[in-house]
Design a protein around this ligand. Structure first.
Ligand SMILES: CC(C)(COP(=O)(O)OP(=O)(O)OC[C@H]1O[C@@H](n2cnc3c(N)ncnc32)[C@H](O)[C@@H]1OP(=O)(O)O)[C@@H](O)C(=O)NCCC(=O)NCCS
Length: 281
């Protein structure tokens, strides 16, 4: 039997024994009811503690976070599953100017090889997850890569800790599920005011393309979309959230409980820029 079932059974058994005690006035039945209740409460506490410990352990290693995020991101965008490479992953993005993208940590040995590989690959991007963007940018310059402006943030959260924001009045939301991909669309009349999606892969949920139309911003729609996505992802079994936030998105996510784990800086080979203004979020 699954643990949640066992715990539910414990409460039912305690109530059952207490009822028997009431009818028979047998102190043994009361004693047993109290013992079962205490054991059930302790069992539930222990199970919650174990879940929290394993969730924390799954959220520590940056290289692991990068590959888990990339897997969900690729799934959300319909790219092939990323291939593991030394230092990170290789993603077949397949967009003009961004055929292939490496996403890696800033480990010096592997980064040295990746900047060379990216430089020698037409229409390639290299994204580096780092706690020190100023330490990474010289690598781009030296290799002749063109750095993209600004930086993004790799963020994570335990989904149970995510804040809930209600949908403001006058809007309605649709939640669609397609395999592991959950999409939320917020409309006013027939017009789309905001949308977003989240890919659920095992215990991970990776949010992507969270967007509010400019005329509907700062009314709480972004927070409501995230809340609906996270609720649906938890229903689907996810426990950990991951995303890469744009500079505009980061304050929204921080306000909902997400934590920045590292910055993400990216560069591309010196081919004309044709698309991909939306980077990773
Ligand atoms: C980032 C983005 C999705 C936020 O959407 P949004 O609908 O404006 O989000 P919310 O309204 O829920 O919250 C945004 C801000 O408005 C504030 N806000 C929420 N309700 C409000 C209200 N009724 N009145 C005024 N401000 C409000 C929030 O506190 C938050 O403020 P902060 O940024 O100072 O913390 C939107 O700006 C956007 O689409 N940007 C372009 C695409 C993008 O970068 N997406 C993120 C990809 S990772």
């Amino acid at each position: 039997m699954e643990a949640p079932g066992r715990i539910w059974f414990g409460y039912v058994a305690a109530v059952g024994l207490a009822v028997i005690g009431l009818f028979t006035l047998d102190p043994l039945a009361f004693g047993l009811a109290v013992a079962v209740l205490v054991a059930t409460v302790l069992g539930e506490w222990y199970r919650g503690r174990q879940a929290a410990l394993s969730a924390a352990a799954a959220d520590t290693d940056l290289a692991d976070l990068v590959s888990r995020w990339a897997r969900g991101w690729a799934y959300a965008r319909g790219f092939p599953r990323p291939a593991a490479v030394p230092g990170g992953v290789r993603v077949e993005v397949g967009e003009p100017g961004r055929r292939v993208e490496w996403v890696a940590t800033d480990d010096a040995d592997t980064l040295a090889k990746l900047v060379d590989t990216a430089r020698d690959t037409p229409e390639a991007w290299l994204s580096v997850v780092t706690e020190s963007p100023p330490g990474v940018r010289p690598w781009f310059v030296e290799a002749g890569l063109v750095a993209n402006d600004g930086e993004e943030a790799l963020m994570s959260i335990q989904l149970a800790d995510h804040a809930f924001r209600r949908l403001p009045e006058g809007y309605r939301a649709e939640v669609d599920r397609d395999g592991g991909l959950i999409t939320v669309t917020v409309r006013v009349g027939e017009d789309v005011a905001a949308r977003g999606r989240i890919a659920v892969i095992g215990a991970d949920a990776v949010a992507d393309r969270i967007q509010t139309e400019p005329e509907h911003r700062r009314r709480g729609l972004g927070g409501a979309v995230m809340s609906l996505l996270v609720s649906a992802a938890r229903e689907a079994g996810a426990m950990h959230g991951l995303l890469v936030a744009s500079e505009m998105g980061e304050p929204l996510y921080t306000g909902l409980g997400w934590r920045a784990r590292a910055r993400l800086v990216s560069a591309r080979t010196a081919t004309p820029r044709t698309s991909a203004e939306s980077r990773h979020g």
